[in-house]
Design a protein around this ligand. Structure first.
Ligand code: NAD
Ligand code: 13P
Length: 423
């Protein structure tokens, strides 16, 4: 029988880390996956820094293509330095070539770039491919607010699930223990095995995505997200010569002894937790930058998780589970880790401490890595404004006001003070 070929679309800090996780697993599960993992790299020239352990390599001393550096040194020297990568990862600058024949596409790049990448992928992927989005962000447009798993799926005509959790990339890359949440609710025609709940085709958490098999065609009901219009999606069945892309086999692709996967069916909750916590992490950075201590940060985090759940229920319907936010890695755990050591938190804190613009701090501190919280705060604000609901999400709105310069970090307590209304 055929094996699944995997391509990681993206190669930043998290993209390269997930490539490592996946490549370790494709090596171990050769009965299901081709060992080689293609990793698409947005090509750039890079010069090995003088303090790098590769400074004496013959590649040092002049700029080189990043793909050549990765494939020769088996390290992403720019975005994941000092982490040895499995040799079965192949860095490829040619997007169409990287995804050729791949039946599993793992999307992992800063959210602002995915739209253009999907445009380039149209017609280049196998029609029965399945996707997993590791992107933390939301796609906000005139037609509403969409999950990336949905927009990728719709643009490419494939099923796309989501992976998100309390996963600071460097810690995962160093194989320090963490958990993650994968939401993968494949078309029933892919699942030739029972789901974890033991109910074939059913959902342990109540299905929100109506997939009905109709002569090899799956009709998919749209989510209630924003002003999203009705649409049908045609999904092509996975040929039977491939191992099924069941929950079990998708778990085998991501689970490691140091990276525990919990599979659930709430794609919306998983995606929203990852996207919205980036706004909360900015708020946590703002109050920490003022030197206000842990109580202030905890207050912001509490309001943050309340607004995450409310956002889900208001715009995506009641099938979004509160427990996804309060019990899963993609919810409260990601909020905690992101508000402790994440890039959004750290850059927001420095911006307040130094009285500088956060975009300048991002450029200075992150060596090309991208903050997701700043653009998400603007995108979510434009969506809330269009919906007339800015006041119902005071923390999300407060972060936007601070970024805009309309308000200062020390105004945040007043902006989230619900008691003020009854006094
Ligand atoms: P990153 O912040 O390291 O961003 C750098 C990447 O963006 C590089 O691969 C670079 O080549 C690419 N890039 C720059 N310009 C581009 C362009 N014009 N087109 C396409 N690509 C371009 O990225 P990351 O950390 O891998 O983040 C990817 C996603 O994963 C984000 O949504 C992020 O929120 C999420 N995430 C990150 C972490 C983390 O700790 N880094 C953890 C979990 C989830
Ligand atoms: P930052 O993008 O703020 O670093 O957050 C990383 C993350 O998503 C941890 O789970």
């Amino acid at each position: 029988s055929k094996k699944h070929k995997v391509c990681i679309v993206g190669s930043g800090n998290w993209g390269t880390t997930i490539a490592k996780v996946v490549a370790e697993n494709t090596n171990e599960h050769g009965d299901i996956f081709e060992p080689e993992v293609q990793m698409w790299v947005f090509e750039e020239e890079y010069e090995i820094p003088k303090d790098s352990k590769h400074a004496s390599s013959e590649l040092a001393g002049k700029t080189q293509k990043l793909t050549e550096l990765i494939n020769t040194l088996h390290e992403n020297v720019k975005y994941l330095p000092n982490i040895a990568l499995p040799k079965n990862i192949v860095a490829n600058p040619d997007l169409a070539d990287a995804v050729k024949d791949a039946t599993i596409l793992v999307f992992n790049l800063p959210h602002q770039f995915i739209g253009r990448i999907c445009d380039q992928l149209k017609g280049k992927i196998v029609p029965y491919a399945r996707g997993i989005s590791c992107i933390k962000g939301l796609e906000v447009s005139d037609s509403g607010c969409q999950l990336f798993s949905d927009s990728i799926g719709a643009k490419l005509g494939i099923y796309c699930g989501a992976l998100s959790g309390a996963n600071i990339a460097t810690e995962v890359a160093q194989e320090k223990f963490s958990e993650t949440t994968v939401a993968y609710e494949p078309p029933t025609m892919d699942s030739q095995q029972p789901t974890p709940a033991g109910t074939p085709g059913g959902s342990p958490h109540g299905s929100h995505l109506d997939l009905t098999q109709l002569d090899g065609e799956v009709k998919r009901q749209p989510r209630a997200g924003g002003k999203q219009g009705d649409r049908k999606q045609r999904l092509m069945a996975l040929p039977t010569e491939y191992p099924p892309l069941s929950h079990k086999n998708m778990t085998k692709l991501f689970h490691r002894p140091y990276f525990h996967v919990h599979l659930i069916n709430d794609v919306v909750g998983v995606s929203l937790g990852g996207a919205l916590k980036n706004i909360v992490a900015l708020a946590a950075g703002f109050v920490d930058g003022l030197g206000w201590g842990d109580n202030a940060k905890a207050a912001v985090m509490r309001v943050g998780i309340v607004e995450e759940v409310k956002f889900g229920k208001t715009f995506f319907g009641d099938s979004v589970r509160t427990a996804t936010f309060t019990e899963e890695s993609c919810g409260v755990a990601d909020l905690i880790t992101s508000c402790s050591g994440g890039r959004n938190f750290r850059c927001a804190k420095m911006a307040v401490q130094e009285g500088k613009n956060i975009d300048d701090i991002e450029k200075r501190e992150l060596n090309g890595q991208k903050l997701q919280g700043t653009s998400t705060a603007y995108e979510v604000h434009s969506f809330l404004k269009a919906e007339g609901k800015e006041d119902e999400f005071p923390l999300f709105t407060a972060v936007w006001r601070v970024l805009e310069g309309e308000k200062q970090p020390h105004d945040i307590p007043d902006m989230i003070n619900t008691t003020a209304k009854i006094l």
